[in-house]
Design a protein around this ligand. Structure first.
Ligand SMILES: Nc1ncnc2c1ncn2[C@@H]1O[C@H](COP(=O)(O)OP(=O)(O)OP(=O)(O)O)[C@@H](O)[C@H]1O
Ligand SMILES: [Mg+2]
Length: 388
């Protein structure tokens, strides 16, 4: 079954990324520095499972690894970061390393920040107390990362922070993390952010801090090529002593269109529908409607239902125009002005349904959403979920 961040039976087509991580780990052991990595790609492309995989590689090599998911609330994000860091220290296997890191952690917990907070210029919204708490967390996080990285460097280790849904991070925490990444680089300390998010992530990061452009290696996580897709179907089957025949495989490659989420759905449906070995195209065809229904439920329906009636009109106009279009084209299609529609466009972006790949342009965050909308549109006029 497809699922958010669910490890696939076979992670295919990401060899280069795994090699990149291997190299970073090897360099860290030698005391050599690298840039962090930022992955961006559409929904269901495999960002979360890749982060988890890279995290596992680093952890197995003794690195201190922390993984968080951004949610836009600065106080909650700081809490999660500090909490996860303390857990990651406790997980360190080597006693001497763990003890040294724990003492860094307790030291920072006991630092009195009153002096520095008193002089800090506070620019946040919310009550003064909340602002102070957020500010204090920011200092704590910076001190902690610095202390941990210093201590780890002495043992040929490093601190790897994996951040999922990075584009959603509050600008406060994002700015802190980018600044810290920058400072650690200047001081030659092994702290790396490995982030993942939607295709607008590189832009969001450089908007937060212009030098973010130079701090990270930017990689896009996109569709897989046919050979990788074929492996994605064939390898897990072979593991169990089965195989897809050529015709079945070629049909599955067509159906999945290089999209990892689809591989899992069509692969499972064909597997469940088959009673032969090798698995034939008949099983693929039999499973297809099941997979399609799964994909509708898993990817599209809930997103579609999240939109208001006007939002759906907007999405439908986008779907009618094509996968990527301009706001002007949509407005034109709906017979309205761009400024009339700017708030609905904004709310669809907030809901995570669409994003802006470039200024003036908009696109769906989920591959195949346009095709789904064209399919459900006739029913939509009679109200899809009773709200419309
Ligand atoms: N390289 C891969 N090979 C095979 N299957 C994969 C691969 N990457 C991801 N998948 C499968 O695709 C699905 C989506 O993966 P994942 O949740 O990591 O995507 P995502 O990019 O994080 O999506 P979202 O943006 O919605 O969080 C999962 O079922 C996963 O097992
Ligand atoms: Mg994800």
């Amino acid at each position: 079954m497809p699922g958010a961040g669910k490890q696939p039976p076979e992670l295919v087509g990401r060899t280069h990324d795994l090699e990149l991580m291997d190299r970073m780990i090897a360099r860290t052991k030698l005391g050599l520095l690298d840039r962090g990595i930022v992955y961006s790609g559409l929904r269901g492309m495999g960002k979360t499972v890749l982060l988890l995989k890279l995290n596992g590689m680093a952890t197995r090599q003794g690195m201190v690894t922390v993984q968080v998911e951004a949610n836009g609330d600065a106080a909650a994000e700081y809490d999660e970061l500090l909490h996860e860091m303390s857990l990651s220290i406790m997980r360190v296997r080597k006693t001497d390393v763990r003890e040294r890191l724990s003492s860094v952690f307790s030291h920072i917990g006991s630092v009195n920040l009153d002096f520095v907070l008193g002089s800090a210029k506070i620019e946040l919204n919310g009550s003064a107390e909340e602002q102070r708490a957020v500010r204090a967390s920011s200092y704590k996080l910076e001190l902690l990362i610095e202390g941990l990285a210093e201590s780890l460097k002495a043992s040929g280790l490093g601190l790897f922070l994996f951040v999922d849904e990075f584009q959603d991070m509050s600008s406060e925490v994002m700015m802190t993390l980018i600044t810290v990444q920058h400072k650690m680089g200047q001081r030659n300390l092994p702290f790396y952010i490995i982030g993942a998010g939607l295709p607008n992530l590189p832009g969001v990061l450089t908007k937060a801090r212009s030098y973010a452009e130079r701090l990270f290696e930017y990689r896009s996580i996109g569709r897989l090529d046919d050979a990788a897709v074929a492996d994605g179907f064939q390898k897990p089957a072979r593991e169990l002593g089965y195989a897809f025949d050529d015709q079945a495989l070629s049909r599955l490659i067509d159906l999945s269109n290089g999209y990892p989420y689809f591989i899992q759905a069509y692969g499972k449906a064909a597997w469940d529908a088959s009673d032969s070995n090798p698995i034939t195209v008949g099983a693929v065809e039999k499973g297809e409607p099941v997979a399609r229904a799964d994909l509708d439920q898993g990817l599209y329906v809930s997103r579609w239902q999240r939109a208001t009636p006007l939002g759906r009109e907007y999405l439908a106009a986008m779907a009618a125009i094509g996968d990527t279009c301009t706001s002007a084209q949509v407005a034109n299609h709906m017979g309205r002005s761009v400024s009339d529609l700017s708030s609905i466009r904004f709310s669809l972006i907030e809901l995570g349904l669409i994003y802006s790949p470039e200024r003036g342009q908009i696109a769906f965050t989920v591959p195949g959403m346009d095709e789904f909308i064209r399919r459900v549109m006739p029913a939509e006029t009679q109200s899809y979920d009773g709200r419309g």
